[in-house]
Design a protein around this ligand. Sequence first.
Ligand SMILES: *Cc1c(COP(=O)(O)O)cnc(C)c1O
Length: 362
Amino acid sequence: MSAPRLVADLAALTHNARHLVALLAPRGVAVTGVTKAFLGAPALAEAMLAGGVSGLGDSRCENLVRLREAGTTAPLTLIRSPMLSQAAQVVKSATTSLNTEPVVLRALSEAASASGTVHDVLLMVELGDLREGIPAHRLLDVARHTSALPGLRLVGVGTNLACRSGVVPDQLKMDDLSSLAEQVEKAVGHRLTTISGGNSANLDWALVTSDTGRVNDLRLGEAILLGIEPLRRTPVAGLRNDAFVLRAEVIEVQTKPSLPWGVIAQGAFGVVAADPWAHAGSVNQVILALGRQDVDPDGLLLPEGLRLLGASSDHLVLDAGDVALRVGDEVAFGLDYAALLRAMTSPYVELTTTPGPRPGSG
Ligand SMILES: *Cc1c(COP(=O)(O)O)cnc(C)c1O
């Protein structure tokens, strides 16, 4: 098998999806499984569906096409506002899309009518995080405009917090969303079926509130993938944190001085911070064939006993201490969300899957 490779444990993904679905169902909230971090890889999406998510969401049309072509019959939602230039592709590849711009809504309606379908839309409302969203005072106008378009069905409203600015999706924000949903229903004269409260950052609220109001959907990626809630990046009880492991191969093992010598200027990626652990002695220095083109080194969780000394485009330099590593050995790392994204999008990292337990480090 090639290295570096990202090993996805499908059983862990299914477990996490199933656990979240079970926790949220009694609260009247369904889960849309977000597949963007793994580029819509069909096997991983299937693992989420096996856990009972009600549909799949992705920010890229390409990933939705990939899922459809792999044969999934689940509802597919485009969770980033569609590009105007992609309207035709959006109505073809997505069941539903999240929208904020009237000009895009008109284009989606025309594209849907032209292809003889009706496209479902949610309107995203701005509640303070200042990423996508219609200002609340314009929502009713846009809703009326949308429901008058023949190619579209206005099925709901949604919001997205804790992404650009870290604004917490608390009871006040969710009450605002519920109240806006009811105002939209009055304005357009029909009931909305989907009130999408947000992303994994909503779990802190959704798992403890006694009042979910009208919120009946969350779009969850990170919580299913990594088993954590993103507001404080703490583990969610009952979820597995080991669904992904990155394995890389040792290419050099040498005892080297802890301190560089010569005149010191910048490294390949700017000023190099002095290693606070550096001393006059030597270290058991290990180099892995893994670098910034493969992963975000700062987002790696190192196995016990190893310490990160530095990283360049293609090399990860570790102090292996007392750990006896040899050239050709593999080292297994956990990853945070940033590291996972980089590894998934690197052409050098192979994605493999295992239905079994987590492979040991070695
Ligand atoms: C990425 C994204 C999500 C999923 O976010 P997680 O933190 O991974 O759960 C949900 N909604 C929107 C609009 C997104 O862009």
